[in-house]
Design a protein around this ligand. Structure first.
Ligand code: TYM
Length: 345
């Protein structure tokens, strides 16, 4: 049972996906398909760490799956499925609840943000969420995890969990035939590209997020061309013209964000965008930005809608992906149980 290069990543089916999800993560997912074995998950068990209306959750799981396919994830080449169909996630998540330390979870900034002031009322699941995330990755002994910047801390925790498991059970791991005492790899974060942290269109210091109450703050992968153009037009800017080099974007968060988005959508660097637009007012730049955004996103939106008209075929993709995911995770879970000392049939 060798550790081979394998990619795992996932998105939560809460609301619709937005430009941050697409540029921060999915663009890299699509590229990695060309070179790696990839497993892409719709992490529905993570979604229910906060309340979800059952009918909306079902719809969102299918919609995220449809968006994955529409954006260019190939369900034949990669494994596409929803988390709850593969029990290994929850099982390994429990074992990791017993490996991770309270002190580690207490440091997670995302829990603090999401739980808000009334921490007593947050679900236990929301607190233990990073352990489940580690299980998602390690149930496949995945080595590469393409994500946006905001997931960095969670990935560091996954690495700590892998290491502690290997240390705690070293003798047992060796006894199970892993001579070097290493069962879980240390998964590497893949955080690359010009848009690893896409910011809100209303506030360049805040992350673009599904949970922002203002829909004007984000471009959704379901927005039509007019809506995209309107949101870009209304995006916050400062009064200065665009700078002519990247250094000029320092301390100008809104300008930096819009230039970064343009660069990522056009597949170029920020310097190339500034070569074209440096010295110009935002009005002409915004027009070009809206055009490039619509050109890139409209086909995805259209294809997502088309796929959503046949939910049965989406469900079949998920069932097929789940079966293939189970086939990879099952032998890993068997070994985990042997290593921990659990008896299995
Ligand atoms: P989620 O669903 O919040 O986001 C999905 C992916 O989109 C990235 N992202 C962004 N990137 C750039 N700018 C933004 N504004 C932005 N907003 C979101 C996220 O970094 C992420 O890559 N915990 C994860 C889901 C998860 C997971 C996993 C990821 C569960 N298990 C295992 C990797 C491996 C989350 O809530 O992502």
């Amino acid at each position: 049972m060798l550790i081979t290069p394998r990619v795992f990543s996932g998105m939560q089916p809460t609301g619709t996906l937005h430009l941050g999800n697409y540029l921060g993560a999915m663009v890299n997912w699509i590229e990695l398909q060309k070179t790696h074995e990839c497993i892409y998950c719709v992490v529905d068990l993570h979604a229910i760490t906060v309340w979800q209306e059952p009918a909306e959750l079902r719809h969102a799981i299918r919609q995220v799956t449809a968006a994955y396919i529409a954006a260019g994830l190939d369900p034949k080449r990669s494994v596409l499925f929803n988390q709850s169909q593969v029990s290994a996630h929850a099982e390994l998540g429990w074992i990791f609840n017993c490996v991770a330390r309270l002190g580690w979870l207490n440091r997670m900034t995302q829990f603090k943000e999401k739980a808000g002031k009334d921490r007593e009322q947050a679900s236990v699941g929301l607190y233990a969420y990073p352990n489940l995330m580690a299980a998602d990755i390690l149930a496949y002994r995945a080595t590469h995890v393409p994500v946006g910047e905001d997931q960095k801390q969670h990935l560091e925790l996954a690495r700590d969990i892998a290491q502690k498991f290997n240390n705690d059970f070293r003798a047992s791991i060796v006894a199970q035939g892993f001579a070097d005492g290493v069962f879980f790899p240390q998964p590497d974060p893949v955080i690359t590209g010009p848009a690893t942290r896409v910011m809100s269109l209303r506030d360049g210091t805040k992350k673009m997020s599904k949970s922002d109450p203002s829909d004007l703050s984000r471009i959704n992968l379901t927005d039509d061309a007019d809506t995209i153009a309107k949101k870009v037009q209304k995006a916050k800017t400062d009064p200065e013209p665009l700078p002519s080099d990247v250094e000029g974007l320092a301390a100008r968060p809104e300008a930096d964000n819009l230039v970064g988005i343009h660069a990522a959508l056009a597949g170029v660097g920020k310097d190339a965008v500034l070569r074209d637009f440096g010295g110009q007012q935002f009005s002409s730049f915004k027009k070009a930005l809206a055009e490039v955004a619509v050109a890139r996103l409209a086909p995805i939106t259209g294809e997502t809608q088309r796929l959503m008209s046949d939910p049965g075929s989406i469900d079949r993709v998920l069932a097929d992906g789940a079966e293939r995911a189970r086939a990879i995770a099952a032998p890993v879970m068997d070994k985990v149980k042997d290593i921990v000392g659990l008896i299995r049939a």
